[in-house]
Design a binder for this molecule. Structure first.
Ligand code: PLP
Length: 462
């Protein structure tokens, strides 16, 4: 070891009095600056032990600046979604409407009537804010908003079939073997069932489950029939399953409840856009399900939330359960959800909710944008053409169905490298690679992101 070199290592104090230090201290604060300098000096000391020269103080300050930037770089960054997957779970699912963002911002930046009644000047109810809109839209008697649909399922199973003084080991929940699904992110229906303390009663077979299978499986301690929408996969071929009307009748004849986990749950019909039919919340309510559950940030197009709608007496039981307090929605969620639901009520959801605007957009304007981008990028030296392709809805809904789209297809000697380059832009761009070409679907690129996207592509063309 070269101890003379180590003796040249500056002290933290010396670096703090370097002329470059005050600017960094002003931005990051002194304690963090000291920590960064220590980290830089540790690395330098380690290098010196292996005979690396000790950098000048200027350079050490520069290293501290880079270290501080790295430590504080936000990990949750805005990105441009050019993948054509509209509800992309990894990219944060639904972008929000302008009025939803405004409502959330207002609720976030000040005080609010979250649990305050202006008439009486006393405590009010947080359940007021979105629930009236939900019942009006779905026809349900009552509603409850929780954190997400997974917690809605957990709450429902725990409150209606979990261990209770009269059933210490939990009650039976009947579910078809064709519905023992995994949604992703580790959400598996059988695991949630176990966590709730309810007793899972598997019914029928993977592909075929009949009404009499359910009838035979009903035991005295059974509490409910659970239907889970398969969401992210399709069962085709030699299959059968009772529909929700039949399940509701069966459940009620035997004194059981029937609950329907819709997952995405749409309030608008998806078929006019050439998509398969995603089950409508209103239909499940009309079929008589006692509780229907769905997400706020899938096809609803709002903030993350789990929405429970159903019979007043049952929703009341859910509200009173201690778990309801643990999974309750916060003011940001409730204000945003109310604003999103309002679009459905006043009939401007297709124009104002980004997810629905993207679903509803026809291929002609998309092709127009792709052509315009291709012309501009070809001039910048890229090799682009416009090809036919498909966008998907994503978010664990409508598996196997797609929307026709026009793609900007870019030829590049190393498309993977270009895709990586795009991910490292100041606002990262996420693209698809198909047949060794980089493809960009204008459908999911938000209007305001177009200039940034084109600038990034032009930069990488050089
Ligand atoms: C997506 C989904 C869930 C989970 O919803 P989150 O809002 O992501 O918690 C539950 N059940 C089904 C059927 C789903 O599709």
């Amino acid at each position: 070891m070269d101890t003379t070199a180590l003796r040249q290592l500056p002290s933290v104090d010396r670096l703090l009095s370097h002329p470059g230090a005050p600017a960094l201290i002003a931005v990051y604060g002194r304690p963090l600056m000291v920590e960064a300098l220590r980290a830089v000096l540790d690395t330098t000391r380690e290098g010196a032990r292996h005979s690396a020269p000790i950098p000048a103080d200027d350079l050490l300050i520069e290293q501290a600046r880079r270290t501080l930037e790295e430590w504080l770089a936000p990990t949750l960054q805005r990105v441009i979604n050019a993948t054509g997957v509209i509800i992309h779970t990894n990219l944060g699912r639904a972008p929000l409407s302008t009025s939803t963002v405004r409502a959330i911002s207002e609720a976030a930046s000040g005080y609010s009537t979250l649990e305050y009644d202006l008439e009486s000047g006393k405590r009010g109810s947080r359940s007021l804010h979105a629930e009236g809109l939900i019942t009006r839209l779905t026809g349900a008697e009552a509603a409850l908003v929780v954190n997400n649909c997974a917690s809605a399922v957990l709450l429902t199973l725990t409150a209606l079939a979990g261990p209770a003084p009269d059933h210490p080991t939990g009650r039976g929940v009947l579910i078809s073997r064709g519905q023992l699904i995994e949604i992703g992110g580790g959400f598996r229906v059988p695991d949630v069932m176990r966590q709730s303390g309810a007793q899972l009663v598997e019914v029928g077979t993977t592909n075929r489950t009949h009404r009499h299978d359910y009838e035979q499986a009903i035991q005295p301690d059974a509490a409910l029939i659970f239907r889970a929408h398969r969401s992210n996969f399709a069962l085709v071929g030699f299959t059968t399953e009772p529909d929700l009307n039949e399940l509701v009748t069966l459940a009620h004849v035997h004194g059981l409840l029937c609950v329907d986990d819709l997952g995405s749950g749409a309030l608008l019909d998806t078929t006019p856009f050439g998509l398969a039919a995603e089950p409508l919340v209103q239909e499940s309510i009309r079929a008589g399900a006692d509780v229907v559950m769905f997400s706020g940030d899938k096809l609803l197009g709002g903030p993350q939330a789990g929405i429970l709608a159903g019979r007043a007496a049952i929703i009341e039981r859910l509200k009173r359960h201690p778990l309801a307090r643990a999974v309750r929605a916060d003011k940001l969620c409730l204000s945003g959800l109310a604003a999103t639901l309002t679009h459905y009520l006043v009939g401007d959801a297709l124009e104002q909710i980004p997810v629905w605007r993207m679903i509803a957009e026809s291929v002609t304007p998309i092709r127009g944008r792709a052509r315009r981008w291709a012309r501009s990028l070809n001039r910048a030296g890229l090799s682009c053409k416009v090809i036919d392709g498909e966008s998907t809805v994503g978010g664990g809904s409508l598996p196997g169905t797609a929307l026709p789209t026009a793609l900007l297809s870019i030829e590049h000697p190393a498309p993977d490298r270009m895709a990586a380059g795009l991910r490292h832009e100041a606002v990262p761009v996420i693209v698809r690679i198909e047949d060794d070409r980089l493809v960009i679907d204008p459908r999911t690129v938000l209007p305001g992101d177009e200039p940034l996207l084109l600038a990034s592509l032009r930069r990488l063309a050089l």
